[in-house]
Ligand binder design. Structure first.
Ligand code: PGA
Length: 252
């Protein structure tokens, strides 16, 4: 039985005031909910503050990104060790917004993945196809390429300490959720790709779905056999929405 994860990706949103009311409400709700971890990934400046607002044993802190370098003359970058020191347990890597707007290639994503693990954190590795790739019949190739780029670099044993997130680009922030069947199909592709290397690792791997998950579609998505929770953008900025999604993760 895989334990569900519902992770909040605040992206470039928030303020101290918002963090306080949102995280306090999520913490109170998550406390005592069985079978689910709620991970909050705020912007870097709020990490320490948000961590201080968490008291529930199933609440964790995560970073939205880290540098591909450990230290040195890299102005504006933040290392995996630094966010670990701030209390993070997870770090998102390979989000399509980072790939698209910040030029993060498969090689950069793999390097960041390794940095995250070296710092003792659990990477949440995001993969997903564009609408064009899906329409051209390239969905499977794209997903397999993105997963393989990391597995080849990190080695299959290190996938034990990782979480995957399938996020179709056409579903992110668009209100167009993948249907539970569409999502399940891709989650099964990812799990079978990992199975080729190790059935044991594949069985234990948590694969989250992301892309317009809301309170009203989470339970149906999470009821699919290979969907182990969600990575939530827009709906994670609303306590009522996010709490309902965490509850759906708990009752999976
Ligand atoms: P969304 O974002 O829930 O707003 O679609 C998901 C994500 O980008 O992680």
């Amino acid at each position: 039985m895989r334990r569900s994860i519902v992770a909040a990706n605040w992206k470039l949103n928030g303020s101290l005031e918002m963090a306080k009311s949102l995280v306090t409400a999520i913490d109170a709700h998550s406390n005592g909910l069985a079978g689910v971890d709620a991970v909050i990934c705020p912007p870097f400046p709020y990490l320490s503050y948000v961590g201080g607002l968490m008291s529930a044993g199933n609440m964790c802190l995560g970073a939205q990104s880290v540098a591909d370098q450990q230290s040195g003359a890299f102005t504006g970058e933040v290392s995996a060790e630094m966010v670990a020191e701030m209390g993070c347990r997870y770090a998102i890597v390979g989000h399509s917004e980072r790939r698209e707007y910040y030029g993060e290639t498969d090689a950069i994503v793999a390097a960041k993945f390794l940095r995250i693990q070296t710092a003792g954190l659990i990477p949440i590795l995001c993969v997903g196809e564009s609408l064009e790739q899906r329409e051209q019949g390239m969905m499977q190739d794209t997903i397999v390429r993105q997963v393989s780029a990391v597995v080849t670099e990190a080695g299959i044993a290190n996938m034990k300490n990782a979480v995957l997130a399938y996020e179709p680009i056409w579903a992110i922030g668009t209100g167009k959720t993948a249907s539970p069947e569409q999502a399940q199909e891709v989650h099964a592709i990812i799990r079978s790709e990992i199975t080729k290397h190790s059935a044991d690792v594949a069985e234990g791997l948590r694969i989250l779905y992301g892309g317009s998950v809301k309170a009203n579609n989470a339970a149906e998505l999470f009821s699919q056999p290979d969907i182990d929770g969600g990575l939530i953008g827009g709906a994670s900025l609303d306590a009522e929405q996010f709490n309902a999604i965490v509850a759906a993760g708990s009752s999976k």
